[in-house]
Design a protein around this ligand. Structure first.
Ligand SMILES: Cc1ncc(COP(=O)(O)O)c(C=O)c1O
Length: 409
């Protein structure tokens, strides 16, 4: 056995154990798209999806993608430098207008958009200031920038969502330029960034604030423009990033900022320059969802909020703990790995998918089921899920908080 086979065998010990106990929860195979799908032939309602407005499978979106396939096929065989279409540029122009920024650049994934921003803008004169709960794309962009010889920025973390902690870091930073990176809505906890305070602090300490609002887009603000719209901070946040893999029904990322910042990233970000361009059928799908947001955004966001409020009320009434969530992302805290896995398996057997999040995704004691309510869920979906959560929440002592006790193998 080579060292790499030995290493793989050792590292997979936990996964093997979970598979043996039949509680391995990941990479389940959907047989159709959409919130209502099947897994191994059995109907399943997906409550861990990020299709927040339920538009991914809309007939108009699919039709637009079909038309784009006829015209452009599924790939352009190169990066944007030599594979840009009028559709890419048109989408960028429209997104800039929708979100109220001078310019937009689209990337093939949201992850790449964040990597591109950080790597292109941070150098040895920069301090990168990260919330301690940052998404992997922010962390990886930072690690990438920190590893470039001769350019490495200073890297500092502040306590999650703490304005005081952010201020302390900005005051004591060692480099002239600070880039502060936060998320609008945190994907595992469903809490909103303290953006109003962060904007003020960044102004005071001459720092640039960049917000990854992948989960706020389509879910917050009257028109679904995200946390910046909700808090009336338009024009106060210089850089916004969002992902198309949630509300926008596809894959890809958008970076929005001033014309010069965008053009700097466009000519320097290796995650943009050295990776193939966003397929045009996806551009067409995103563009169609943007049409829908422009024409009926407020109604759709209101509908999502009604469902969010209903589900939140019922979950709390039943006695579930939702951590720090204030949005449609409502983690059902189980605070024990086995309880979380058993809940997941039992719910799935009954046709409701709620993905378990366990260590190392979260700290031990913070294990939870990922529960995202979307506009695409029906009243019946929500009521069925709530009944099952109550039944198994009692059966596995999630509601009582008691220890689950020893289990027979
Ligand atoms: C907060 C946040 N930022 C960025 C991304 C990356 O987006 P994408 O899936 O398009 O790479 C995600 C997706 O998981 C996310 O949750």
């Amino acid at each position: 056995m080579s060292w790499i086979d030995e290493k793989a065998h050792l590292e997979l010990a936990r996964i093997r154990e979970a598979r043996e106990k039949q509680v391995y929860p990941y990479f389940r195979e959907f047989e159709t798209g959409g919130l209502h799908t099947t897994i191994a032939g059995k109907p399943v309602t997906n409550f861990s999806s990020n299709d927040y407005l339920g538009l991914t499978n809309h007939p108009r979106v699919k039709e637009a993608a079909h038309k784009a396939i006829d015209k452009y096929a599924c790939g352009l065989s190169s990066s944007r430098v030599q594979a840009t279409t009028v559709e890419h540029v048109d989408l960028e122009r429209r997104l800039a207008k929708f979100f109220g920024f001078e310019k937009c650049l689209t990337f093939t994934t949201g992850y790449q958009a964040m990597l591109g921003l950080i790597a292109a803008s941070a150098d040895k004169e920069t301090t990168l200031v990260l919330d301690s709960f940052s998404h992997a794309c922010i962390l990886d962009g930072t690690f990438l920038a920190a590893g470039v010889p001769g350019r490495a920025p200073e890297v500092r973390f502040f306590n999650h969502n703490s304005a005081k902690s952010l201020e302390r870091i900005l005051k004591t930073r060692e480099r002239k330029n600070a880039l502060v990176l936060v998320e609008g809505v945190y994907s595992l906890d469903g809490d909103r960034a303290n953006l109003t305070e962060f904007v003020e602090i960044c102004d005071r300490y001459d720092a640039v604030l960049a917000v990854d609002d992948a989960h706020g887009t389509g879910t917050l603000g009257e028109h679904g423009k995200g946390l910046i719209e909700e808090l009336g901070l338009h024009g106060r946040v210089p850089i916004l990033m969002t992902a198309f893999s949630k509300t926008f029904g596809g894959i890809g990322g958008a970076l929005l900022a001033s014309t010069e910042v965008i053009e700097m990233v466009q000519h320097a970000a290796r995650s943009f320059l050295f990776s193939a361009s966003l397929p045009v059928p996806v551009v067409a799908a995103v563009s169609t969802i943007l049409d829908m947001l422009e024409t009926s955004g407020p109604e759709m966001v209101r509908e999502l909020h009604q469902k969010r409020d209903y589900m939140r009320g019922k979950l709390l009434e039943a006695g579930f703990e939702l951590g720090t969530s204030t949005t449609h992302i409502m983690p059902v805290m189980c605070r024990d790995e086995r309880k979380t896995l058993f809940m997941h398996v039992a719910m799935l057997e009954c046709g409701v998918l709620m993905v378990p999040i366990t260590y190392p995704g979260v700290k031990p004691g913070e294990e939870r089921l990922r529960v995202n309510v979307t506009r695409g869920h029906t009243q019946e979906d929500m009521d069925t899920a709530l009944e099952l959560l109550k039944t198994y929440g009692e059966a596995f002592f999630v509601l009582s908080g008691e220890d689950i006790g020893p289990m027979e193998d």
